[in-house]
Design a protein around this ligand. Sequence first.
Ligand SMILES: Nc1ncnc2c1ncn2[C@@H]1O[C@H](COP(=O)(O)OP(=O)(O)OP(=O)(O)O)[C@@H](O)[C@H]1O
Ligand SMILES: [Mg+2]
Length: 366
Amino acid sequence: MPYSEDKALKALTAISDPIKPGDIIASGRLASLEMSDGVLQAVLQIPPPDAEAFFPIREAAQLALEGLEGVKTARVVLSAHKSGPQMAGRKRGNPHQPRRPDGVQGDGEVKRIIAISSAKGGVGKSTMAANLAVALARSGLRIGLLDADIHGPSLPMLFGTAGSKARTIAVGQRKIIVPVEAMGVKTMSIGYLTPDDDSPIIWRGPLVQGAISRMLWDVDWGELDLLLIDMPPGTGDAQLGLAQDIKPSGAVIVSTPQDLALLDARKGVAMFRKVDIPVLGLIENMAVFTCPDCGGQHHIFGTGGAKRDAEKLNVEYLGAAPLHMSIRESGDSGVPVASIVGPMSDIFENLANRVTEKSLETPQRE
Ligand SMILES: Nc1ncnc2c1ncn2[C@@H]1O[C@H](COP(=O)(O)OP(=O)(O)OP(=O)(O)O)[C@@H](O)[C@H]1O
Ligand SMILES: [Mg+2]
């Protein structure tokens, strides 16, 4: 029996909308339903704050569609609400658009990849990547975040997803990993793939590259406007190799003011320039400390240096995040501060907007 769109729609009407009355078809969630070579893709449009409520719905819809005749694989994608900003040049559902030669994720398209990097460890790169990802998703973009730190994955802790295991689905001969969704962001980390998060992970050389490639290309990202990569710290051969493998559209360098001894930042910028990856800008983290008792502003790591050094390096200064207790506490508790309305989320929203603007200067991936 061939595939029938009517039957697919009927199957979806059996699923209730968790927010509005009625089923997900009646409530107008279905943005598109496309069948191609046995792969059926449904896009459900939802506002980012409701994303969590829709994760079980996505699963249920996928199961319902997978049971239909003529459907080999069903993909259900949750997409942010249309009211958010749209990326320039977005082409949706264009059957003539070239697919990636490795054929992974079938109909998924990752428009741009942005590496979040730092010359030194511990400057808050992962914290920044997590908060930027959440702020970008809240602005209505479709966002993924890959934790490329195999030795010290921190993403599961930052998103409160420690202990989650990524599902795999079979697509033909391949096994595709389903990313773990949290706060409207599709996240992927080695932490979701190892049997026990506490066990030391001994990955070496080619194994590391293999693991990262798998986490990047064998993942059902679906359509993404931006995929952020939380890079491991440093500017050595491993990082250089990784940058070459991933070929990000651009890189954002995170630094604390004191680390911005020009030498360090220069190393980071030079690394990306060496492999022709544009440096989109520099974000200063832990720039100023506001004393909770006196309210005074303390520039513990110095002032103005980051901006000056960025200028010297001919790199745009994208802004700063303060050294603030809530940033650390929220990271430790698995709820990035960018998801909580307040002055801190405003800061990350502004930084996210700058990253979006700069990313749009890079060409869209094919
Ligand atoms: N702006 C900030 N205010 C307060 N604490 C922060 C801030 N940014 C990061 N931290 C804290 O600093 C510590 C290091 O941050 P994080 O793990 O994000 O750094 P990193 O650069 O990713 O480290 P690594 O190089 O090990 O990957 C964490 O405990 C985090 O909560
Ligand atoms: Mg980190």
